[in-house]
Design a protein around this ligand. Structure first.
Ligand SMILES: Nc1nc2c(ncn2[C@@H]2O[C@H](COP(=O)(O)OP(=O)(O)OP(=O)(O)O)[C@@H](O)[C@H]2O)c(=O)[nH]1
Ligand SMILES: C=C(OP(=O)(O)O)C(=O)O
Length: 212
């Protein structure tokens, strides 16, 4: 079954604030964009993915991600991550009501298409399902079958909140690249160890050269 993915991207100037110790204000927007570019590139290379809709108000992110083949939905609610995801899901559903939809974070620079394919294939079995992040506390992917609301509850302790909401937790081995979101310097090192996409590798190399 082919999925539509909804990928939220916060305005780059405000994104990844918890990486302030790792990447200064001049580099952090480029790093956040690189994460999103590598995430979207891997998602579009996944055979289970029909299309990707990026929800963002950031002009640069929208332009660069559209070049990769993503659709861009303006973040009209402007009410934070969950409002952006609910809006993005409603917009894509208006034209593709029969397709399953999944929210995927844009900070998965090590994402591998084959691992994403396994996660989406597993999610197809349930009305709603989610994948916990590498720490087991957050969520990197939330999926909804056709006709089911996404009902996103991302944010603090979102794995527990998605579980409580009735979404089925996908307990898969060997999908580390789909779980490895990058919030902190430690997360970035973990993603680099898994192997990141070319855009993140290039910005990370600049960081290392600058001795940050
Ligand atoms: N469209 C949109 N996307 C958002 C918003 N807030 C977060 N996101 C995206 O949601 C995903 C998960 O967010 P976080 O991991 O908290 O990323 P972040 O907000 O950039 O990171 P911090 O500033 O460190 O909290 C990332 O893809 C973000 O770009 C928002 O208000 N609107
Ligand atoms: C928004 C989330 O991500 P993070 O913990 O990476 O901010 C989440 O896990 O629900």
């Amino acid at each position: 079954m082919q999925w539509t993915l909804v990928v939220p991207v916060k305005p780059l100037a405000r994104a990844k604030s918890r990486l302030a110790d790792t990447a200064h204000d001049g580099v952090r927007p480029s790093l956040a964009l690189a994460f999103a570019q590598d995430t979207v590139t891997a998602a579009l290379a996944c055979p289970e993915v029909a299309d990707v809709a990026v929800v963002t108000d950031d002009v640069r992110a929208g332009r660069e991600l559209a070049k990769l083949g993503a659709g861009v939905v303006p973040d009209e609610p402007g009410g934070g991550l969950n409002a952006a995801l609910a809006h993005g899901a409603a917009v894509v559903r208006a034209t593709r009501p029969a397709r399953p939809v999944a929210a995927l974070n844009a900070d998965l620079p090590a994402l591998r298409p084959a691992e994403l394919a396994r996660v989406l294939a597993a999610a197809t079995e349930f009305p709603r399902a989610f994948l916990a992040d590498a720490a087991g506390i957050g969520t990197t992917l939330l999926a909804a079958a056709p006709g089911r609301e996404l009902d996103p509850e991302f944010g603090m302790d979102s794995a527990a909140r998605h579980r409580t909401s009735g979404a089925v937790e996908l307990r898969l081995e060997g999908v580390d690249s789909v779980r490895q979101d990058v919030d902190t310097g430690g997360d970035l090192r973990a993603a680099l160890a898994l192997g990141v996409g070319p855009r993140t590798a290039a910005v990370a190399a600049r960081l290392l050269t600058a001795g940050q």
